[in-house]
Write a protein that binds this ligand. Structure first.
Ligand SMILES: NC(=O)c1ccc[n+]([C@@H]2O[C@H](COP(=O)([O-])OP(=O)(O)OC[C@H]3O[C@@H](n4cnc5c(N)ncnc54)[C@H](O)[C@@H]3O)[C@@H](O)[C@H]2O)c1
Length: 324
């Protein structure tokens, strides 16, 4: 390795498994001292197990790197502060924060419980804030920092059965754009990754559901030129499907280097060897009335024949099944 991160101190949340483990190991291989944070719970956020973070910290140390395990949950402000304090107390600074910890509690919105909603918001959206705030205070003072957040296709296109997760991941995109603007002047960057990799989280999605979700996502993106068939074919390519979790780490590590000083407030989709820069939200089309307000009747007449013409419903109504 090239020691691209020599002398840097990093915190990686959810680093005991999956994508986070690969990131922690690569940052360490590039010379960073790494706090390996992981609560060690189940994929739905139940329980806790210290051995999960311990194992990765040990792996790093055995390979000659510097690592410390941290077992706090990111889902509270106190937990976030303790995680960042682990870096500060042991190594005197924090340069890199990777907000990767995550869980799933999938359920169709009409069946979703308040608890399923709250725990997903707490882990993902609040978890990002809980770790970013104490890190940002220190990064601002030292005039250098890198924050890498984790969003998802679900937050951009919408996956059926993930109202809680999609809302949190979409919120993380908004959070990323604002934090980039809050901290950019202090030479701190904040970007987001939408990954695709085979981990225990994706293992919970049955293949048929994944196909339906891909189709729904592609249809939602139809206005941007993708056909559902093309998008499904793309997702089925070996490179773009569920790849090895370690594939995500190199681009994250790059974002943490001095080479990426000018990249701020952006979102990248990373899947296997493919890295895509995602577009910022911009108005695609406009309709404008020179004076006064539109009436609903006017809109109903004009909209379907103009820019409403090719809008695709990602989940069109289905015929009601007749009971025998
Ligand atoms: N795998 C994918 O294809 C995919 C797709 C889109 C987004 N993501 C996102 O990537 C990130 C990593 O996911 P993964 O697939 O590697 O999952 P994973 O389950 O393999 O790893 C996530 C880790 O986070 C830890 N964690 C969960 N809640 C925590 C908490 N409150 N505090 C501290 N640690 C906690 C878990 O113990 C686990 O080890 C998540 O944010 C996920 O939403 C993954």
């Amino acid at each position: 390795m090239a020691d691209l991160l020599k002398g840097k101190v990093a915190v990686v949340t959810g680093a005991g498994r999956g994508i986070g483990r690969g990131i922690a190991r690569l940052l360490a291989a590039e010379g960073a001292k790494v706090v390996v944070n992981d609560l060690g719970g189940s994929g739905s956020g139940e329980g806790a197990d210290k051995s999960v973070a311990d194992a990765v910290a040990e792996e790093i140390k055995k390979s000659g790197g510097a690592a410390l395990a941290s077992y706090d949950s990111v889902a509270s402000m106190a937990g976030g502060e303790r995680i960042i304090k682990t870096a500060l107390d042991n190594w005197g600074r924090i340069d890199i924060l990777v907000n990767n910890a995550g869980i799933l509690r999938d359920r169709m919105v009409f069946n979703m419980t308040e608890e399923e909603w709250d725990i997903v918001q707490a882990t993902h959206l609040k978890g990002h804030f809980a770790c970013t705030k104490p890190a940002a205070i220190l990064m601002r003072q030292q005039r250098w920092g890198r924050i890498v957040n984790f969003t998802s296709d679900s937050g951009m296109y919408g996956n059926a059965g993930q109202a809680n997760y999609g809302a949190a991941k979409s919120g993380i995109m908004g959070f990323t754009r604002v934090v980039a603007r809050d901290l950019g002047r202090y030479a701190v960057t904040c970007n987001a990754i939408a990954p695709a990799a085979a981990t225990r989280l994706t293992a919970t999605i049955p293949e048929a559901t994944a196909g339906r979700r891909a189709l729904a996502g592609a249809q939602a993106a139809g206005g941007r030129g993708a056909t559902p068939e093309a998008e499904l074919a793309r997702l089925r390519e070996p490179q773009a499907g569920f790849n090895h979790p370690d594939d995500i780490a190199p681009f994250v590590a790059y974002l943490c280097t001095d080479h990426a000083a000018g990249i701020n407030g952006k979102c990248f989709r990373v899947a296997g060897g493919r890295v895509s820069l995602l577009s910022d939200e911009v108005p695609l089309r406009k309709m404008w009335k020179p004076s006064g307000f539109w009436t609903p009747e006017e809109i109903a007449q004009i909209f379907p024949q103009t820019f409403g013409l090719d809008l695709v419903n990602p989940a069109p109504p289905q015929p009601v099944e007749q009971k025998r």
